[in-house]
Design a protein around this ligand. Sequence first.
Ligand code: SAM
Length: 242
Amino acid sequence: THFGFQQVPVAEKQKRVAEVFSSVARRYDVMNDLMSMGVHRLWKRFVIDLAGVRPGERVLDVAGGTGDLTREFAKQVGPRGQVVLSDINAAMLGEGRRRLIDEGVVGLPVLQANAEKLPFADRSFDCVTIGFGLRNVTDKDAALRSMLRVLKPGGRLLVLEFSKPLNAGLSKIYDQYSFKLLPLMGRFVANDADSYRYLAESIRMHPDQGTLKGMMEAAGFERCQVYNLTGGIVAVHRGFRL
Ligand code: SAM
């Protein structure tokens, strides 16, 4: 069954996204490792390096979930800087908070917020990141504008997201993997085939490299650049507020 997200009303998509992430929250980290065969760690490493966060900076991790990016940034900003973990989903944030505390990262603000309407002051962050989050957001243009608004002049946004494989051969293998194997793994490992089917479908619906770059420019980002990872299965988009 295909959900056909483009046809479903806005509130409906938001509800499904909420159900999916509430349902996967507890197993989210294990499934991430399993389904990406650990490669998500390398994709995240790339974003962390590209972000180039310096001591004293303020960083906002939007749709931060269980806090993989947040945790690294927290080490980099040091005592004078600050990282804020935010996500729309309370179950995901609960897991994130628990893991941060487990790993000794304390005193970090954790905030439930919708990327489309971020509850932060204008020009208050040096760096904003959204990792594997944008494709779940209903109004992506609103989210891009909202992330631009909270950036300081000179600040940067990094979007890490699934994208479009660059060659047809890879694309075929990837289709087989994500439409056949992913839901099976979801079913047998997490007993939740629907959530993992949603995952595969949301990836297909997501704008490709060029489209997303255009959306960032339309939202007001400048010097936008795309970095393809793993043959375009994943891409990092970076843009600046100037
Ligand atoms: N950034 C983490 C990572 O890379 O592991 C989590 C990514 S997880 C695949 C996607 C997250 O996006 C979920 O935690 C979900 O709750 C969140 N999300 C979905 N829609 C959102 C929205 N409109 N605003 C903020 N977060 C949202």
